[in-house]
Design a protein around this ligand. Sequence first.
Ligand code: ZN
Length: 42
Amino acid sequence: MVTLEFYRNLPKKVCRECGCEIEEQHESYIYECEHCMRKHEE
Ligand SMILES: [Zn+2]
């Protein structure tokens, strides 16, 4: 059951801008939290 262990131990994603944890609401290829993404839009 090595495969299951592998998926359980995946590290949480963290925002590359501020370092906070990203809540994975989407299939994510995102690297920034909502807060930082909004900053880029302004
Ligand atoms: Zn951030």
